[in-house]
Write a protein that binds this ligand. Structure first.
Ligand SMILES: [Zn+2]
Length: 209
């Protein structure tokens, strides 16, 4: 897999340019890879609805859920479909609007310094082997092209926005991805709440019981 230095585009990807991006803030480079899942309508695979959402052309009349989301100005850098096909919406050097309010290791506004990769899927379904194969190749290519990225700096949307987001969800195989990349992914450990993040209500109940 090859990334074109001039355009920031993956040559193997199908291109579907999205307006939902801007420049990264001065001094910000890609340092983090964020994994998501998406399916439209939720739980249904195939079709063109994800492309439409990310290019602001989703028709709210085609499904009740679309009325809730068609106003959103969002896009990831990449989508990996169930069959492994890759679609690119935003060049990697630009800031895509994929993570929203988020924090990674104390640093907020993850869009500023991350690359967002959506897997077509849901929180309730295993991802496919072609998706893992392509994801691994994409991460290898990104880390080779952008020295600021690292295979250790990969996380999930649910880890950086735990109050709002649940993707990529319990079926995402962090262990397998780490093995494929030859690293132990910190994101695996982050699935367990750290002591600082424990709900204070929980602690109170425990100390009272
Ligand atoms: Zn997400």
């Amino acid at each position: 897999m090859v990334i074109d230095s001039l355009t920031g585009l993956l040559t193997e990807a199908c291109q579907a340019p999205s307006p939902n991006h801007d420049e990264r803030p001065a001094g910000c480079v890609p340092e983090l890879i964020v994994i998501h899942n998406i399916s439209l309508p939720p739980g249904e695979f195939g079709g063109d609805y994800i492309n439409q959402l990310f290019t602001n052309t989703l028709n709210k009349d085609e499904h009740p859920f679309f009325a809730e989301i068609c106003h959103l100005k969002v896009a990831s850098h990449l989508l990996i479909r169930r069959d492994g096909e890759i679609v690119q919406y935003v060049p990697f050097h630009l800031r895509a609007f994929h993570a929203g309010v988020s924090i990674y290791r104390g640093r907020s506004r993850c869009n500023d310094f991350s690359i967002g990769i959506e897997l077509e899927g849901s929180d309730f379904t295993p991802f496919t082997e072609p998706q893992y194969l392509q994801l691994t190749k994409v991460i290898e290519a990104l880390c080779a092209h952008y020295p600021s990225l690292s295979k250790q700096q990969i996380t999930g949307h649910q880890q950086i926005a735990p109050e709002r987001k649940t993707d990529p969800g319990p079926f995402f195989d962090w262990l397998g991805l780490g093995q494929a990349l030859g690293v132990s992914l910190p994101a695996v450990a982050q699935l367990e709440p750290e002591p600082d993040n424990l709900d204070p209500t929980d602690s109170d109940q425990r100390s009272c019981s």
